[in-house]
Design a protein around this ligand. Structure first.
Ligand code: FAD
Length: 465
């Protein structure tokens, strides 16, 4: 749009949660690992008449996720729709298999009917409840599916508890509990299962590296190592950096909105208002350099807990790290062999935890032991001597490194029924010409929604011009 743009970043380099770790011949993406809707990244290159493939490449996954259930069974969710549907029936039998196929189709219809209304436009506030666009969708928005929880919808849909757990898991994609978040989030299953999952050929970090290259090419300026930037609102914004100060007509915050109010605008009142909302979950992540190869492991693997209800009660009711958690095991070397040596794998083991709760050394030790035991049980492999190197990231580290309030992965949780309407919007009543993007504001966290927030803000600014 012809604006001159300065990006002010507290860290020494770009990328935020899309950081990476390296040790010896191993490399790990530090944060996100599941990549959906890649065309949204491509769109940013197309805006500048660039071929995205000159910057960034990805492939569609043949195997979406390998699920390991507590009863010893496992299910490989394939990318190809025909094989996947056959597998649903083969594995979960006629009634539940057909119900799963039907469920995913309905999720697509719901997404087509109302998904865009919530994620492609600025937020509907409580005052917009009678807008025409919303009123026509009321029958769908008032359906049992939405009034009940995702788990209630899944209980109604399936008999097999493993299938219920598989579809309950989609609540965790926005850091919420399937026992509280609306059944509307069944739409997430559509995005993953029907649209498919993808993986950048050079790892998740290459998403932000390629965007950084594009930004530099387009003349965007970056000011790194600026942890204490502050902003005063005069007639224009005064942005105070460590050694200088610049004036800005507009300010776009891509920081957690609580942190932005508190640390940058020094507005305690608004910081407290948004801090008071229940947070989405945080996580503890173990990054392990493994000197072994388990061939059954896919790029994405889930080792389910024995009781999801107990697990989510621990996280959201008792503020405790679950004792018997679900483990997400991501192995990027399955897709990118250069991420680990030939005789090893780079494991990323993630466990959902309550925001603001930091695991003690004792808790970390018992989680490590539990993981060793589970790997022995599921794959008959002893890894107790195979972990060559370890790094750990937890709620405290996530908060320090990225400014996420309480280390929550996706800002406020989506547990409350009207959460989508009460999330921080993309603009502010109080701060004119300040705009908000990123995982803590509308329409939500995760790479696809964060990119949507940026597009919404770009459209607002273009209209203002
Ligand atoms: C462990 C983990 C796993 C995840 N898994 C997935 C996944 O599989 N798929 C997916 O789509 N999403 C996932 N997410 C979420 C995803 O990473 C984010 O939604 C996305 O990267 C955008 O992040 P964000 O908006 O929170 O901003 P961030 O990436 O955190 O960016 C905020 C930036 O602001 C900077 N900053 C903070 N405070 C200041 C300050 N005071 N001054 C200047 N700069 C400041 C930070 O350094 C950072 O660069 C995951 C997140 C984590 C942590």
């Amino acid at each position: 749009m012809g604006h001159s743009v300065l990006i002010v970043e507290k860290n020494p380099r770009h990328g935020g949660k899309l950081e990476q770790l390296e040790w010896d011949e191993y490399r790990w993406d530090k944060g996100p690992s599941l990549f959906t809707l890649p065309e949204q990244v491509d769109e940013l290159f197309l805006l500048f008449d660039k071929n995205p493939r000159d910057f960034f490449n990805y492939k569609k996954l043949e195997n979406a996720c390998h699920y390991y259930f507590n009863d010893g069974s496992n299910f490989l969710l394939k990318g190809d729709p025909e094989t996947r549907n056959e597998d649903f029936i083969k594995h979960f039998y006629e009634r539940d298999g057909r119900a799963a196929i039907d469920y995913v189709q309905k999720a697509e219809k719901t997404y087509e009917a109302i998904g865009g209304l919530f994620i492609d436009y600025p937020k509907y506030g409580l005052k917009n409840l009678f807008d025409k666009a919303l009123i026509t969708k009321y029958p769908m928005l008032m359906s049992r599916k939405v009034r009940g929880s995702l788990n209630a919808l899944n209980q109604d849909s399936f008999e097999n508890p493993n299938l219920i757990q598989l579809f309950d898991r989609y609540a965790t994609y926005n850091g919420s509990s399937p026992f509280q978040a609306s059944g509307l989030y069944s739409m997430i299953a559509h995005l993953e299962i029907n649209n498919g999952t993808f993986f950048p050929t050079e790892g998740m970090r290459s998403i932000v590296d390629s965007l950084y290259d594009l930004a530099i090419e387009q003349g965007v300026d970056f000011a790194f190592n600026e942890p204490s930037v502050s902003i005063n609102q005069e007639t224009v914004y005064q942005v105070n950096l460590s050694n200088s100060s610049v004036e800005a007509e507009r300010v776009v915050s891509a920081i957690d909105c609580v942190t932005f109010y508190k640390n940058v605008l020094k507005d305690e009142k608004l910081a407290s208002k948004y801090a008071a909302k229940e947070r989405s979950s945080s996580a503890i992540i173990f990054y392990w350099a493994i000197e072994k190869v388990i061939p059954e492991l896919q790029l994405h693997n889930i080792l389910f807990s024995s009781s999801y209800e107990r697990e989510f009660n621990s996280i959201f009711k008792f503020d405790e790290i679950p004792k018997d958690p679900t483990i997400y095991l991501h192995v990027s070397s399955v897709a990118n062999p250069q991420d680990a040596p030939a005789n090893g794998q780079n494991w990323f083991l993630m466990i959902n935890t309550p925001a603001g709760v930091v695991p003690s050394d004792e808790q970390k030790n018992s989680l490590r032991k539990m993981i060793h035991r589970l790997i022995q049980e599921k794959f008959n492999v002893d890894i107790s001597q195979a972990v060559l190197h370890e790094k750990v990231w937890d709620a405290a580290g996530i908060e320090t490194d990225t400014g996420s309030f309480m280390g929550a992965l996706y800002g406020a949780s989506s547990n409350a029924k009207l959460a989508a309407l009460t999330r921080h919007g993309n603009t502010s009543k109080k701060y004119k010409k300040a705009y908000f993007v990123g995982g803590t504001v509308h329409p939500g966290g995760g790479i696809p929604l964060v990119l949507k927030s940026a597009k919404i803000v770009a459209n607002i600014i273009e209209k203002e011009k």
